[in-house]
Design a protein around this ligand. Sequence first.
Ligand code: ZN
Length: 109
Amino acid sequence: MARRRRKRIKQVRKVRKPSNYFQCPRCGAMTLTISFKKLDSSNEKLAIAKCGTCHLYCELKVPTTLDKVDVYNMISDLAYENRLDECSRPYSEEGEEGEEGEEGEEQES
Ligand SMILES: [Zn+2]
């Protein structure tokens, strides 16, 4: 009895980017990033979308259950309806739009 080696060619589909970058609804570049920030509320979090190309900035308060993709969908909806302005101002008011820090490292005490 010859042992048959099962040769299974597994086709691994390479998922190159696990949805870290999205297509910006405003300029169309794949440079839109979405990050989350904790809020005081345990039911909501702050989603922050930024585009590295056109500097779109968008903050949305969303339920914690939402995923990046969900947020992205919301943002594209807003963009579609031309309502991006509604979320373009930071949720937390810490100074006007003074600094343009890349890493938003806010420290709240
Ligand atoms: Zn853009």
